[in-house]
Design a protein around this ligand. Structure first.
Ligand code: HEC
Length: 141
């Protein structure tokens, strides 16, 4: 009798362990799903975001001014440094250098990042869309 109870208890413990293991592996696979969301930015998807949200004012051709300056060669350049674009004093004084980090902050909230900027775009709230867009901007030489 004692032996049977012991086995039942062992069985219950075993079930509990199996359940815990399932939970842990579910959590682990969830982490795997979440982690690459930022790492796997997609420049092709970013090009589509650019067309919808930026292209009305920005060309990707060097030297071509629309309402805003060309975004060709954006990565690594100082804010406000396209020679014949009439930037606002706010952009020139920002002392920003465009890279993935500064662009992420800027595109999330353009007018809060550079107070006084004349760019009227509200920016992009969705972090994954921003990551894709920034991956695309990095390809503009
Ligand atoms: C309605 C027009 C408009 C839209 C839409 C727009 N911009 Fe702009 N953008 C401007 C203008 C105008 C400036 C220059 C602002 C100034 O000098 O104050 C500018 C400046 C910039 C700059 C600084 C460039 C430099 O040479 O330092 C970046 C970066 C930028 N925009 C990115 C974007 C991105 C990315 C998008 C799309 C999410 C976007 N803009 C959408 C008009 C726009």
């Amino acid at each position: 009798m004692r032996f049977t109870i012991g086995r039942a208890q062992a069985w219950r413990a075993c079930l509990a362990l199996a359940r815990a293991a399932r939970r842990i592996s579910a959590a682990a696979s969830l982490a795997v799903l979440i982690a690459p969301a930022t790492a796997s930015a997609d420049a092709k998807a970013g090009a589509v975001v650019f067309t919808h949200k930026c292209a009305e004012c920005h060309s990707t051709r060097r030297g071509k001014i629309v309402t805003g300056p060309s975004l060709a060669g954006l990565f690594g350049r100082k804010a406000g440094s396209v020679s014949d674009f009439p930037y606002s004093a706010a952009v020139k004084a920002s002392a920003l250098v465009w890279n993935a980090d500064t662009l992420d902050t800027f595109i999330a909230q353009p007018r809060k990042t550079i107070r006084g900027i004349t760019m009227t775009s509200p920016g992009i709230a969705d972090a994954a869309q921003r990551a894709d867009l920034i991956a695309y901007l990095a390809t503009l030489k």
